[in-house]
Design a protein. Structure first.
Length: 208
């Protein structure tokens, strides 16, 4: 059984995960990381499949001030996960995640969201969780830049068609996953727009 056959076997055994957790503050039910892991973990063991975070491709912490005046931190991560079967055959999944927190938990929250997203997407589990577009966070005034390098919350404009075309040409020159991964890391280091990173990641998933 290949790693892809193992993933398919898990998908056959786990068809959905219920929305049984409750957020009392915003009054909606949701499906948390524990529910997803509890549903998948025993079935993954049954089929000899493991998953681990194999690479942190990017991570950034951005301070912000909420509309209410509270100081918070937004953590954004891009994580590569590797699925491996008992024979050592493996495949990777790259996911992006973001979480806000008003204490010191934005990083573990973002990692938790990334892991849950990876599992949901890899196993195509039907979701009844609140759609991301159904929630929004209102930030107040931007924090002032300090000598310590505090960043301001700014909205990055989408890349132009010319920029996308230039990157598409570079993508088409890469034929393997390794070459596309190297291109992704190059783009990330150059501060490329998230839309460009997504183009490269999508090409990497489709590459042989």
């Amino acid at each position: 059984m290949s790693v892809y056959e193992a993933i398919n076997a898990v998908m056959d055994d786990v068809r959905a995960v219920g929305k049984n957790d409750r957020n009392e503050q915003q009054r909606f039910n949701f499906r948390g990381i524990d529910a997803v892991v509890n549903a998948l973990s025993p079935v993954m063991r049954k089929h000899g499949l493991t998953v681990r975070p194999s690479n942190v491709l990017s991570i950034e912490h951005i301070p912000f001030t909420a509309k209410s005046g509270g100081a918070g931190v937004s953590c954004r991560v891009v994580i590569e996960y590797t699925f491996t079967d008992v024979k050592g055959d493996s495949c990777t999944s790259i996911v992006a995640a973001e979480a806000n927190d008003y204490g010191d938990k934005s990083t573990p929250k973002a990692m938790s969201v990334a892991f849950r997203t990876c599992l949901l997407q890899a196993f195509a589990l039907p979701t009844t969780e609140t759609d991301p577009d159904a929630e929004s966070y209102e930030h107040g005034e931007k924090p002032q830049a300090t000598s310590g390098g505090t960043r301001q919350m700014t909205r990055t404009p989408p890349p132009s068609d010319d920029v996308k075309a230039a990157w598409q040409a570079k993508i088409e020159e890469r034929k393997t996953k390794a070459e596309l991964k190297a291109l992704w890391q190059e783009a990330q280091a150059d501060g490329a727009h998230p839309a460009i990173l997504s183009m490269i990641a999508d090409a990497g998933k489709a590459a042989a």
